[in-house]
Design a protein around this ligand. Structure first.
Ligand SMILES: [Zn+2]
Length: 385
């Protein structure tokens, strides 16, 4: 019998120009906002204006790259000393995840390591975080509707999550116009992360009927628009499709889990200075291929293989195609989008044993539709290099 649970942000506001509502929405939650942004905090000037119009005082935490434990600690000190009652994440997944972590740690005592999984003490968050409004400016991670924050610990060479149902932002404010300024390379890698986050929950062993329909619609939109938006950055309807694909990926992964691509991406992201989207993009066709081969060998008439056939139909846009054509379609898309192999980020064959060992322990790997052997995982990595 079907039984599932689905949790997401209480309010999702989507549409071109939606940023104009930011001030009015923020006023319902507080009057002293900490704005967490990426490197170029100047891009948040329109947001600042909306907040100023509503009489909301503002402080900014700008991140230099993907969020580290010390960035979160800096944000918590700032939020506490200024008495902030609201956190706004404005940027890519890094800024939004950092906002979620700062909001959680400001109200829950102790240090970041008390709550981190793997390298920390994994204590649950007992107090409600400060309210978070998440405003993505890339179309990739879906972090506006996920209940974890990925943080890097450079001394441990890992990326780990702060996780819990209370981590969900209170409002996801998704304005596709904010993604129009993204350079082509970032459009490509974040877009392929979004596509990965639609395919993996769809074939996941934790999929449910609600995530299935969300993934199918997201894949349809990403399939028709990712190539278009890479070729023409100003294509507004394609930007809208990709913002939806990213949002849908976040809704799906938070409720159905991911798979081997993200199982690899997590240790690789901790060990090498490679952007998350670029790593996922290089791995996606190789993981699909290995999963399909393994399923044909060990689970031939199973549900997962049927799902890979459906992925191919959704991506290629024709009924009479099989799973393998889906892989070819994704590989062709990756080459059109100029995705680089993993060796370009300094990953070599000598690193494979350590990466495979860490990937086997990653939480995402548990949702992969079939358990892959260490040899199969090594094969995936070598082909993505
Ligand atoms: Zn991802």
């Amino acid at each position: 019998m079907t039984r599932f649970e689905f949790a997401t942000a209480p309010r999702i506001v989507f549409g071109a120009g939606a940023l104009r509502d930011a001030g009015r929405i923020a006023k319902d939650f507080g009057h002293r906002a900490l704005i967490v942004t990426g490197r170029s905090s100047g891009r948040a000037s329109a947001l600042n204006l909306m907040l100023e119009e509503q009489g909301i005082a503002r402080w900014t935490l700008a991140l230099a790259g993907e969020p580290k434990i010390e960035d979160v600690e800096r944000g918590v000190r700032l939020a506490r000393s200024e008495g902030c009652d609201l956190v706004i994440g404005f940027g890519g997944g890094s800024a939004i995840d950092a906002a979620k972590a700062v909001a959680a740690l400001t109200t829950n005592g102790g240090e970041v390591l008390d709550y981190l999984e793997v390298i920390g003490r994994a204590r649950p968050l007992t107090h409600s975080p400060l309210p978070v409004i998440a405003v993505p400016t890339t179309a990739g991670t879906g972090a506006e509707v996920t209940r974890n924050a990925v943080l890097a610990s450079p001394e441990h060479r890992v990326k780990v999550s702060l996780r819990g149902p209370r981590m969900l932002p209170r409002v996801a404010l998704v304005d596709p116009e904010l993604t129009c300024a993204l350079p082509a390379e970032l459009t490509a890698t974040t877009g392929l992360d979004a596509l990965t986050q639609l395919i993996e929950p769809y074939v996941s062993c934790k999929a449910n009927p609600l995530t299935d329909s969300i993934c199918a619609e997201g894949m349809r939109r990403a399939a028709r628009s990712l190539r278009r938006v890479f070729d023409n950055a100003a294509d507004k309807s394609a930007r809208e499709d990709m913002a939806l694909a990213s949002l849908f990926g976040g809704l799906a992964l938070a409720n159905a889990g991911l798979g081997a691509v993200h199982g690899f991406a997590s240790p690789i992201g901790g060990m090498f200075p490679a952007p998350h989207g670029a790593v996922c993009a290089a791995l996606l066709p190789r993981v699909m291929e290995a999963n399909i081969i393994a399923l044909r060998e060990r689970a031939p008439g199973g549900e997962a293989l049927r799902r890979y056939n459906e992925v191919a139909r959704l991506l290629v846009g024709r009924d009479r195609v099989g799973a393998a054509e889906g892989v070819t379609w994704v590989a062709d898309l990756c080459s059109h989008l100029k995705i680089l192999p993993l060796h370009r980020y300094g990953i070599t064959a000598g690193d494979a044993p350590a990466i495979v060992a860490a990937a086997m322990k990653a939480s995402s790997m548990k949702a992969n539709p079939i358990e892959l052997t260490p040899e199969e995982l090594r094969g995936i990595l070598e082909r993505a290099m």
